[in-house]
Design a protein around this ligand. Structure first.
Ligand code: NFS
Ligand code: SF4
Length: 647
């Protein structure tokens, strides 16, 4: 029997893994043990884009002294390792960007329907943010002149804005609005000079697919060039749009207290897990769960109430807007079901194991898919969401969960671990908390960085990866950073790992931080690790970085900031797109767990070193998360020295 401690550092999840072992239930760790990854594929050195292959071009063995060094093989068509590896990397960027942008598309469609009053259950909650976005998109906020000047209603503004936003998906030329207006001036000029300003969301993804088709772009630098344009269209486009429009519809997050880990489930309540990425339906499920009629219905089935809990990025969305507890991150999705306490798991898109469908058959749990793009063979039920019948659909989903409460069969075992967390640090909240009252900007944060109390900023984000000890890299890296006075901005599954460890509380500052950062956290009353949301909310980190630049004192571009980014347990294609837009924005970005381009030394060297002279940011890879953190700190110190604030 495998020791559960070798699989996850989380004691609640270890308990569930023990149960799985005892009852012969298979989890992702068991499947990973059985599945040996293909070494050539993991280096990216395998091409299967045409039927003359697959062609394998692994790096040749190093020649022994006196022997002639063998050349690296090329594909049947002559494609070099550089081309093949770059193509594979590019397709990851395309898929990741497509996921974020297609998420934005759904939000934009809903936004339009809300603006026209055709989407019951929703409203335009944040009028201030609506106007700010409208200004960027040149949508007039008023009509008439002089004495006749009249402000336009929220709905009128939103209707115009929706058209402009939706047009950007199919836009063929020109520039995306956020990319050109929200990035620092110097960055935009750099991008224009390099000809990497994105033209339209869909176009950039399609172009990667075309260029990486057999026999098209066979110059690795040119392939990466298009990766840069596509990644910018994600970070400073699709992801940012998803985040901003969600804020308009559901509210911009402000600090809120929540709970984390499997102990948030309640034996005597109907437990509904919200798992996936798009908060459109979860927002309404939350509203429905507070409906007295629904509560009565739950009681009629013998439950004391309804407990919602999240997994993955939907968890982050509803946690930071409503304080709904988070049960687990990516690798905990099966373990939640293994409690035997989950009456329904509601999924939409992204990061959902197909294995859930067979796992729920060992328990009473209903697996409810809700998105036409994300069906799972063997799902218990499909209740498709649509913009026009949201509240009805949310009630239907909830009713299915309640009806299932009396069907629990396996003994319910809920781990007791449950930790509080303070979340909801949107770019605006950080500005409010760490901004000077006079300047109303990020000046106080900058001032603390210049003064050295805060050494720099670390963005630590991203997935879990079953090939690494679950949550270990996240936690070791974050602790190393805050110990060295680097304030951490977090999203995604890293944020959930930190929540479960108690790092998202102001008290964590005294326990884990260096003296300088601890003092700042204590004065302001914030945790040293600031939860900024889901993975599309990495756009909030970009906006925070742009705000730091604008506040002054730390150079003129994001690449001047003492800042670094990381995804210590990444696994998804989305993570590669995110990483590449951080690099394209001028950030030193380091990944752990695995690196997908080792099949070409030349290409890897270009990503790790060559890009710096073009973009000011570059990729890096380091397996050991503490060493990776030290490399981030070294980069931060390099930037401090360049700014002359070395001490
Ligand atoms: Ni990001 Fe969110 Fe988690 Fe990774 Fe998946 S949930 S969008 S992809 S695994 S952080
Ligand atoms: Fe092989 Fe070239 Fe076809 Fe790729 S495109 S599979 S390298 S022949």
């Amino acid at each position: 029997v495998v020791k559960v401690e070798s699989r996850t550092v989380d004691p609640a999840e270890q308990q569930m893994l023990k149960r799985a072992q005892a009852e012969g239930i298979e989890t992702i760790w068991d499947r990973a043990d059985k599945m040996k990854p293909c070494p050539i594929g993991s280096e990216g050195a395998c091409c299967r884009i045409c039927s003359q292959g697959p062609c394998r071009v692994p790096p040749p063995k190093k020649a022994k002294p006196g022997e002639e060094q063998k050349k690296q093989a090329v594909g049947v068509c002559g494609a070099t390792a550089e081309t093949i590896v770059a193509r594979n990397f590019a397709r990851m960027v395309a898929a990741g960007s497509a996921a974020h942008t297609d998420h934005a598309r759904g939000v934009a469609h809903l936004f339009k329907e809300v603006a026209h009053g055709r989407a019951p259950g929703y409203e335009l909650k944040d009028a201030g943010k609506l106007r700010a976005i409208a200004r960027d998109y040149d949508v007039p906020l008023s009509v008439g002149e002089g004495d006749d000047k009249k402000s336009r209603s929220k709905e009128e503004i939103a209707q115009d804005l929706a058209e402009k936003v939706l047009a950007e998906f199919g836009q063929q030329s020109g520039e995306l609005v956020f990319s050109s207006k929200r990035a620092p001036k110097k960055r935009v000029e750099l991008w224009r000079g390099l000809d990497v300003m994105p033209r339209g969301f869909d176009r950039e993804v399609v172009e990667i697919m075309h260029r990486t088709h057999m026999g098209v772009d066979q110059d690795y630098k040119n392939i990466i060039h298009q990766c840069t344009r596509c990644a910018i269209s994600d970070g400073w486009g699709g992801s940012m749009l998803a985040t901003e429009l969600q804020d308009v519809l559901f509210g911009t997050p402000v600090p809120v207290l929540g709970d984390s880990n499997l102990g948030v489930l309640k034996e005597d309540h109907v437990n509904v897990i919200i798992h996936g990425h798009e908060p459109l339906l979860p927002e309404l499920i939350n509203a429905a769960s507070q409906d007295p009629e629904m509560l009565e219905y739950a009681k009629s089935k013998g439950a004391k109430g309804i407990q919602l809990a999240g997994i993955c990025c939907s968890a982050n969305e509803i946690l930071m807007r409503h304080g709904i507890p988070v049960a687990a991150n990516f690798l905990g999705q099966e373990l939640a079901i293994i409690t035997g306490a989950v009456d329904a798991m509601v999924v939409d898109v992204q990061c959902q194991f197909q294995a859930l469908a067979s796992l729920v058959k060992c328990f009473h749990t209903k697996l409810i898919t809700t998105d036409e793009r994300g069906r799972i063979e063997g799902e218990t039920m499909y209740i498709p969401f649509d913009d026009h019948h949201g509240p009805e659909i949310a009630r239907k989903v909830l009713k299915e969960a309640i009806d299932n409460f009396p069907n629990r069969r396996a003994p319910v075992i809920i781990p007791e671990q449950k930790y509080p967390c303070v979340v909801g640090f949107s770019m605006e909240t950080i500005r409010y908390l760490l901004g000077g009252s006079i300047r109303g900007s990020y000046y106080t944060l900058n001032d603390n960085i210049i003064g050295g109390r805060v050494r720099g900023i670390g963005g630590v984000v991203g997935c879990n990866n079953v090939r690494t000890l679950h949550d270990n890299a996240h936690l070791s890296m974050v602790k190393e950073l805050i110990k060295n006075d680097v304030v951490v901005l977090t999203t995604g599954c890293n944020a959930i790992a930190c929540a479960k460890e108690g790092l998202l509380t102001p008290e964590a500052a005294i326990k884990y931080c260096g003296a300088g950062l601890a003092e700042v956290c204590e004065t302001v009353g914030i945790p040293p690790v600031l939860h900024m949301g889901s993975c599309v909310d990495n756009a909030r980190i970009l906006l925070a970085a742009a705000a730091c630049v604008r506040a002054g004192g730390l150079g003129n571009d994001i690449s001047d900031l003492p800042a670094a980014g990381a995804a210590p347990e990444w696994m998804s294609e989305k993570a590669i797109s995110i990483g590449h837009y951080f690099v394209s924005s001028g950030v030193y970005t380091i990944f752990s767990a695995a690196w997908p381009t080792t099949g070409s030394e030349i290409l890897t060297d270009y990503l790790f070193h060559g890009l710096e002279s073009e973009l000011g940011g570059m990729w890096d890879f380091e397996l050991d998360p503490v060493v990776a953190a030290q490399k981030m700190i070294a980069h931060i110190d390099k930037k401090r020295a360049a700014l002359g604030i070395d001490k």
